[in-house]
Ligand binder design. Structure first.
Ligand SMILES: C[S@@+](CC[C@H](N)C(=O)[O-])C[C@H]1O[C@@H](n2cnc3c(N)ncnc32)[C@H](O)[C@@H]1O
Length: 206
């Protein structure tokens, strides 16, 4: 079994409490801000990649009550928590490098705090898969942390990167916009109001 998957299975029951403790964002203002950037409309179909415990779903639902939301994650434990939190979610157990969906299916694809976990060939494979299942003019939105300023948080941030393969993670971080532009010519970068996170909005061409 993939050790990362096992790690998330074990961590799944405590994941939300851990994030609440260390994010200082009790009202989830960051997720609200992120979902605002999707410009999601009613009746649109959204795919949340590496959906984890499903923290984005409630914000999708608030923005578009008639939308159709799908989440995919390779950790069964994380999906169980997502189902408890948002019973209406359509959840798929799977790896984002092999998306089990037809071409041109989704209006919007979201990817929060998990893009840096991709390693090696999976980076390109996943971006190709995203492009395949995204509708023409559809959008991919990726949110990741900026490099923290506080030294303790910075240390934790680098430890997380190290567990993913420091060299690869550093390459992704310093060249992420160029990397995304190879797949999506139109890439816009936005910084969150707290300045702690960044969002890349990538539009698929017709
Ligand atoms: C840091 S959590 C982020 C969860 C969620 N996106 C959020 O914003 O809270 C990373 C998630 O990515 C999932 N994950 C990592 N690599 C994956 C892959 N290759 N395919 C599917 N899920 C993956 C993990 O199981 C975990 O749930």
């Amino acid at each position: 079994m993939n050790y990362r998957r096992k790690y998330y299975d074990l961590f799944s029951k405590f994941y939300d409490d851990f994030i609440k403790l260390h994010s200082k964002d009790k009202n989830e203002e960051l997720r609200k801000f992120f979902v605002e950037q999707t410009k999601l409309e009613n009746n649109q179909i959204v795919l949340d990649l590496c959906c984890g415990t499903g923290s984005n779903f409630i914000h999708f639902k608030n923005k578009a009550p008639k939308g159709f939301f799908v989440g995919i994650d390779f950790s069964y434990g994380m999906l169980i928590q997502a189902k408890k939190k948002f019973n209406n979610a359509n959840l798929v157990l799977g790896d984002v490098a092999f998306l089990p969906f037809k071409d041109n299916t989704f209006d919007i694809i979201t990817y929060t705090f998990a893009f840096y976990e991709l390693k090696g060939e999976k980076v390109h494979k996943t971006l190709l898969e995203i492009k395949r299942v995204l509708k023409d003019n559809g959008k991919l939105l990726i949110m990741e942390h900026e490099i923290p300023k506080n030294s303790l948080t910075k240390l934790l941030y680098y430890i997380r990167l190290a567990t993913m393969g420091l060299k690869k993670a550093k390459t992704i971080i310093s060249h992420e916009q160029e990397l995304l532009q190879k797949f999506f010519p139109n890439v816009k970068k936005i910084i969150s109001p707290s300045k702690k996170s960044k969002i890349f909005i990538c539009q698929k061409e017709c």
